[in-house]
Ligand binder design. Sequence first.
Ligand code: UT7
Length: 330
Amino acid sequence: MGINILSLGSYVPEQKLVNDDFKKFIDTNDEWIRSRTGITERPMAGWEPNWYMGKQAALQAVERAGIDPADIGLVIVSTATSDFHTPSMASVIQHEIGAVNAAAFDVNAACTGFVYGTDTARRFLETDSSMKYALVVSTEALSRFLDFSDRSSCILFGDSAAAAVIERSDKLYSSHLGSDGSGAAYLCARALNVAPEVKTEPAPGFTDNFTSNPLHKLYQDGKAVYKFAVKILPRSFELAAEKSGITADDIDWFIPHQANVRIIETAARYLNVPMEKFIITLDHFGNTSSASIPLALNEGIEKGLIKRGQKLALIGFGAGLTYGGIILEY
Ligand code: UT7
């Protein structure tokens, strides 16, 4: 069983940082950021809490779908930057949009969150025939967790939200989700309520990134994540595609996680796919973690690039280290 994406919505904060803005507090320049990442500017949440951005994206998606929020049976929010340890962002957004009959919970699969959330929602739709629609909201306020003195990470990320309303359908669908927790320490941020002196290593053998970060800011070993990303991006596509007998040639649009254009170019070369088949939004959004795939999907649709009946490959990777791909017909 597949899904039909009825609609998408997005919310992008008005404030932004252009590359030159970073010169005020770190030793960097526009040329370095552009050439090493492809990013020129990124939205930054100001007064907006993360749940508010998710709510706005959800409202737009629901309005575009033309459905009654009471007919939504499930709200899944993917976020790595929740406003709360509890309640879930999904419960807050469910209430805010009037999805009074929905189950609600969050998934944290970092930048792979939209892929995990959508695939989970599809499984609910398949096994519960009383569920009409599911709403997947990916909302991220990375800026609240960034170490703005770390020039190799703070220039990468942006804040935004995007949401999708989905229903069951017989259209093409296959997926693969995965995780390699041995790389957990390459990209991590401690929970806010953990005192610095409390040891929180998940297992012996992990590096001390978990414990040496008392400010609860995001730590990234850029090179280690880069190495993982260039391999796992094409591999995630292959793992999802082989389940439906699809090859890269069959895909109309690749919508990868938007972390670094060099990662996407390397994956494109490996898959022997022209870059013109990849939706790229990182130049103006930066890396918005789990929001990056639905934001790119939404932009591709709004620009008239992505059309009904086309085959799409959504491919994510990120902290965890998680990865996942979905092949579907739009
Ligand atoms: O969604 C999460 C997934 N995350 C990712 O996919 C991120 C993957 N990693 C990357 O995209 C890249 O590794 C980075 C963009 C983070 C870094 O790019 P890089 O080409 O790997 O740079 P590097 O770490 O090898 O650093 C090269 C040089 C260093 O200087 P030295 O030691 O050669 O003198 C850095 O200190 O560039 C320096 N550098 C900077 N210079 C100017 C690092 N950041 C900056 C900066 N401005 N912002």
